[in-house]
Design a protein around this ligand. Sequence first.
Ligand SMILES: C[S@@+](CC[C@H](N)C(=O)[O-])C[C@H]1O[C@@H](n2cnc3c(N)ncnc32)[C@H](O)[C@@H]1O
Length: 303
Amino acid sequence: MMASAAVPAATGGLKEDIAGLYDESSGVWERICGEHLHHGFYEPAGDATAVRPDVRRAQIRTIDEALAFAAVPDDLEKRPKTIVDVGCGIGGSSRYLARKYGAQCTGITLSPVQAERGNALTAAQGLSDQVSLQVADALEQPFPDGMFDLVWSMESGEHMPDKRKFVSELARVAAPGGTIIIVTCCHRNLNPSETSLKPDEQRLLKRISDAYCLADWFLPSDYVSIAKSLSLEDIRTADWSENVVPFWPAVIKLSLSWKGLTSALTCGWKTINGAMGILLLIQGYRKGLIKFTVITCRKPGPP
Ligand SMILES: C[S@@+](CC[C@H](N)C(=O)[O-])C[C@H]1O[C@@H](n2cnc3c(N)ncnc32)[C@H](O)[C@@H]1O
C-alpha cells in the first residue's frame, strides 16, 4: 500500500473492473446521492457521529472548496475557459464547472454507462453545447498538449495504477499557467519509527481497494514529489478528512430510505460490495488511516 511498493502495470483487468463497477453501480448511486459521485464537505462537528443532512449540498461544497483552495479566478478575463474533468463519473462536476465559468468542459470516464447517462443529463440540462463526456483512459488522454485552463480530478486518482503517469498526463494536457486540482484519498503519514503501515491497516486498505477497484494508496507527499519532479509550481495540499467524516453516515441514512432500499434491492453484487465498503471507509477515517486530500498546482508559463 506504499508509494515505494512496486507499481502494478496498468492492466486491462483493472480497467475493465473499474468500468464494470461504475457501469453497474452508477444508477444506484445517482438515485441515492444525485449526480455527484464524491465525498461531501462539512464544517467539522464536535459530535462526529451526528448524522448531517444535505449530502448533495455538501458534495457541491467540496467542489467550491477545491476551487477556492486553488484560487481559481472568478473574473471574466481570467476564469478558465477550457476544462477537462478526468474521471468524470456522470458529469456532475463537468456541468457545475461549465455553468460556473461559462466554460467548455470535456469529461472522461472508463464507464460507457456513465458517459451515456452523463451526456443525457447534460442534454436535459441544456448544456450540450458546453459539456461532453466520453470514454477514455486518464493515463492516455486523447487530447493534445496544453489544451485546458483547468485540469480537474475529483476522486479518480485512487483508481490509477501508475500515479506518476496519471499526474504527468494531467500536467501534459494543462495549458501554460493552467491549474491542476486533484482531490483524492491518501493514507496517513508514517511515524519516524515506521517503515510501513501496520498489518491491520494494510489489510483494511486492501479490503477497501477490493470493494472499489482501487490501485496502490499514496501519501499526500508522494503526489507533491511527483508534481515537483514535473516542475509544476505553487504546489499546495490540505487534509480535509475531518470535513468529510460526516459524509458516509449521512449516505447510509439516505440509503435506508425507501428509495435507497428499493434501489439497493435491484442492483448487482459489485454495487452491494461497494455499499458494504462504506463501513470500511468509515473505519479508515475513524482510525486516522485515510486522509482525504486536496493537491493543487500550476503548470509553469503565462496564463
Ligand atoms: C468515484 S468516481 C468520481 C466521479 C466524479 N469525479 C465525481 O466527482 O462525481 C471515479 C471515476 O473515475 C473514473 N476512472 C477511474 N479510472 C480511470 C481511468 N484510468 N481513466 C478515466 N477515468 C477513470 C471512473 O470511471 C469514475 O468515473
